[in-house]
Ligand binder design. Structure first.
Ligand code: ADP
Length: 485
């Protein structure tokens, strides 16, 4: 068993203590090899209560610390994570399947989030607003919400915790984190870094276990004031519907993200962007490009170049080949859905133009591998164009005019990210103004950057992460009206 995982196996982090969990043991597998890496303990109701109680107790102190002190603690956390980036990245690759260099990049992004929110912590400003008479002051101040329950998925096991953790801690909230069952050790490693950074006991707690039990218990717990969730739209809706009391919610849910390539686009740049955002992390990203609409005159050439680029991607076990383009999928489930969407598209008349099956070779025999796959001649009768695949499969369809492209792109219950490649400024303005998405990336595919709000519309969720807005999610406004007689 890898050393860090050995250290963290079967543990929970509650009130600054590493407890051997008392609940049922759940195996965690390496998706590239099928090997069991170690076990986690499903948190019991008593352990869940203890974590929430610890977070409540710590909130009294943490929320009253000078913001500059919280900033210092976040900087220490960022530094500790940077120092341990290699070991944390190995842990992530072992449990999640992405290539080691990608995992390391993600860990460094987590450190970046710590440093970014360290700077935001000291900028929680209020306002004095005018009143009817001059002997009254209305102060609008911001106060931390309280205890946050963070429920996170397995595709970005560090970053998706980081945005919640850092926004919450900067604001003065404390947190109980429930990571995905597939990737718990990255979360426990983050708790280890919080301990190293001397974040006070109880401010950060990590509970492992099944979502339907441990996650749901946090949703229902009267001691949790806010739920910050990233995951599927189905579970997000369940969480919204099952809160027994009023709680603040931020939900970052599924996507079904379109790319529009117009006739004015730089074709090579568009292909490069499409490959990166369709297949990175094996397409297991909520902002992955699922479907591509290309102007008819350039469609054949675009598909040809896209397939050439997809075929060149290097697939490998991410530990053996750290700089591989793609690794294993995180589990059998997203792989099965990818195959189902592919079969559905082919049955309904799509053409398979790249990929379409598992790579050959002994190295791939036991892992969840699949070649980056492109289908052309798609229609909206196919699942690949209308449902989130969450795998290395992208569908392509030709369009005849910008309005048709917009109509097709917006023909979805989701509204997370959308992408455009075009050189013509009028086209860029027309499309970006009409795409009904929280994020529109034009001539690039980086929809989420640390400094700008990131969030979805429609069934893709509510609330924002990243940027100032990502911290506001953890603050309440208070209006204090003072009359001076
Ligand atoms: P994904 O498969 O993309 O990770 P899920 O929505 O299934 O998406 O899971 C995201 C997170 O939500 C995981 O940590 C999971 O354990 C948790 N979860 C699943 N079901 C529930 C539930 N009923 N209540 C709270 N959390 C849940």
């Amino acid at each position: 068993m890898p050393a860090l995982i050995h250290d963290l196996a079967e543990k929970l982090f509650i009130d600054g203590d590493w407890r051997r969990g008392e609940g049922e043991r759940i195996p965690v597998e390496n998706p590239a090899t099928g090997e069991v890496l170690g076990h986690i303990a499903a948190a019991t109701p008593a352990e869940i209560d203890a974590a929430v109680a610890a977070a409540r107790k710590a909130f009294r102190i943490w929320s009253r610390l000078a913001p500059a002190e919280r900033a210092k603690a976040l900087r220490r956390l960022g530094d500790a994570i940077t120092t341990e980036a290699d070991a944390m990245a190995r842990t992530m690759t072992q449990e999640q399947g992405k290539p080691l260099n990608e995992a390391r990049g993600e860990i460094l992004k987590l450190a970046e989030a710590c440093h970014f929110y360290a700077e935001e912590a000291v900028r929680i400003h209020g306002e004095i607003v005018p009143n009817t008479t001059t002997d009254i002051d209305s102060l609008v101040v911001r106060e931390p919400i309280g205890v946050v329950g963070a429920i996170t998925p397995w595709n970005y096991p560090a970053e998706l915790i980081g945005w919640k953790l850092c926004g919450a801690l900067a604001a003065g909230c404390t947190i109980v984190i429930k990571p995905a069952e597939l990737t718990p050790f990255t979360a426990l490693a983050i708790a280890r870094m919080a301990e190293k950074a001397k974040i006070p006991a109880g401010v950060v707690n990590v509970l492992t276990g099944p979502g339907a039990k441990v996650g749901q218990a946090l949703v229902e717990h009267p001691g949790v004031d806010k739920i910050a969730f990233t995951g599927s739209s189905a579970v997000g809706l369940r969480i919204q519907q099952s809160c027994p009391t009023i709680k603040r919610l931020s939900l970052e849910l599924g996507g079904n993200c379109p790319l529009i390539v117009t006739a004015s686009a730089d074709l090579d740049a568009a292909v490069k962007g499409a490959v990166r955002r369709s297949f990175r992390n094996m397409g297991q990203i909520c902002i992955a490009i699922n479907r591509i609409y290309v102007a008819r005159p350039i469609a054949a050439e675009f598909v040809k170049r896209l397939c050439e680029a997809a075929d060149k991607l290097v697939i490998a076990n991410g530990i053996d080949k750290p700089d591989a383009d793609v690794g294993a999928m995180a589990s059998a489930e997203p792989l099965a859905k990818t195959k189902e969407h592919l079969a559905d598209a082919l049955a309904k008349g799509a053409k398979l133009v790249a990929g379409g099956g598992a790579p050959r070779g002994e190295a791939f025999a036991r892992g969840h591998f699949f070649r980056p796959t492109v289908v052309s001649d798609c229609t909206h009768a196919m699942k690949v164009m209308t449902e989130e695949t969450f795998g290395p499969l992208v569908g392509v369809m030709a369009f005849d005019g910008l309005d048709e492209a917009i109509e097709l792109a917006n023909d979805t219950p989701y509204g997370l990210a959308s992408y455009v490649y075009a050189k013509d400024m009028d086209e860029i303005r027309y499309l970006s103004g009409r795409l009904d998405y929280g994020n529109v990336a034009v001539n690039n595919v980086d929809a989420g950057i640390m400094n700008a709000p990131y969030g979805g519309r429609k069934q893709s969720g509510v609330g924002y992460e990243h940027g100032r807005e990502g911290m506001l999610e953890y603050l309440n406004f208070k209006h204090v009206r003072i009359r001076y007689d």
